[in-house]
Design a protein around this ligand. Structure first.
Ligand code: HEM
Ligand code: HEM
Length: 317
């Protein structure tokens, strides 16, 4: 759907221009109003006003409410039907001055009016139900004994404190962290250190759940503005930070991705438009969330991001 909000706005502006010209025509030659008044009114109100509002609403409301529109394809159908309906009504009304005598002209007018009406139902459905309560954030990932220590530490840097205080002192050594920890599972590490694995996992999961107490998705300017200025932006509970040399995952935070691989910006700009990075919320959104907001297949974005990552030398840390 990503281009349709833009097209709605462009179409709205074109109808505004045509509406103004027709208004001017009526001002200059009032007798023409009988034919073009209806067209003037509907170009301005159904074309300009409605399409401008729809375009802006489709761009803003999914972000405002952190959920995609319920029927993304409907945006396209609304655009097509609204334009066909409006042009059909305008043409038949202007050509025959709204003086109906039945027959096919009236039939075309009624069909166009019905087409436009269907487009309004679609608009209602999408814009009304996009305002349903935002979807709950996905629960924080549960750490299990078969996960590799290194992978857990990469995804949850906060886990390091729990590992260290539970007796895994060797992890303080960066070499051990980047070598041994990558191949050893939590169960194996606990066995080696004589630590009760179930007890340790309970402690670790509790600590991570507490750490995830901040809002799951502090997207958008209001949430940011509420945060004290001196406090650095924290990653959201469900997002993970990418490091140099790693591949991008669905839950990778966009902010961390473009820091490590600035080249990936081009992929977002290509699919979401160039204004994408003017939105402060992007830094806290995961790749999957941005794809959902723009109704683009997340797998496609991920594929392209990872292609860029594979080619690009990672940025200096
Ligand atoms: C350059 C801009 C415009 C011009 C020159 C203009 C001109 C006119 C004129 C001359 C009429 C009277 C037609 C008659 O004799 O019945 C009229 C009616 C009307 N215009 Fe405009 N107009 C302009 C913009 C707009 C806009 C932006 C809107 C809506 C957003 C609008 C909505 C209407 C409506 C609803 C009527 C019908 C009013 C009624 O039935 O009493 N017009 N316009
Ligand atoms: C599904 C979309 C729509 C359809 C099918 C439709 C149809 C019609 C029809 C059949 C008329 C009577 C025309 C006549 O007297 O010859 C009319 C008049 C009017 N419509 Fe619509 N319309 C639609 C959307 C809108 C919207 C969105 C607005 C405003 C936001 C609007 C504002 C008006 C106004 C102000 C008039 C009175 C015109 C006058 O004074 O002559 N219409 N419309």
């Amino acid at each position: 759907m990503e281009n349709y909000p833009r097209w709605f706005i462009k179409a709205g502006l074109i109808y505004a221009l045509l509406g103004a010209l027709l208004g001017l025509g009526m001002a200059v030659a009032p007798a023409s109003a009988a034919r073009i008044r209806f067209v003037h009114i509907h170009f301005n109100l159904l074309g300009f006003m409605t399409m401008m509002v729809a375009g802006v609403a489709y761009h803003v409301l999914p972000r405002f409410n952190a959920r995609p529109v319920p029927w993304p394809k409907g945006v396209k159908y609304q655009f097509i039907l609204q334009n066909i309906g409006l042009v059909g009504m305008a043409f038949t009304h202007a050509a025959w001055g709204g003086i109906w005598s039945g027959g096919w002209v009236q039939g075309v007018f009624i069909a166009s009016a019905a087409t436009a009406a269907v487009s309004f139902f679609i608009m209602f459905y999408n814009l009304y139900f996009v305002l349903l309560p935002a979807r709950p954030a996905s629960p924080p990932e549960r750490i299990t004994g078969d996960m590799k220590v290194g992978a857990v530490l990469d995804r949850h840097p906060k886990a390091m404190a729990v590992f260290l205080e539970s007796g895994f002192a060797a992890l303080a050594n960066p070499v051990a962290k980047s070598t041994l920890a990558k191949v050893v599972t939590i169960d194996q590490a606990c066995g080696k250190h004589g630590i009760d694995s179930a007890e340790f996992l309970g402690k670790l999961n509790r600590a991570l759940a507490e750490g995830a107490g901040e809002p799951a998705r502090p997207a958008g300017p209001p949430a940011q503005a509420a945060r004290p200025v001196e406090e650095p932006a924290k990653p959201v509970a469900e997002g993970s930070i990418i490091r140099s040399g790693e591949r991008c995952k669905p839950d990778t935070l966009v902010g961390s991705l473009i820091k490590v691989y600035p080249q990936t910006k081009a992929v977002f700009e290509k699919h979401y438009g160039e204004g994408c990075f003017s939105c402060p919320g992007q830094a806290f959104e995961t790749v999957r969330q941005t794809a959902e907001m723009h109704n683009i297949d997340a797998a496609l974005i991920l594929k392209e991001l990872n292609e860029v990552i594979a080619q690009a030398p990672p940025a200096a840390p």
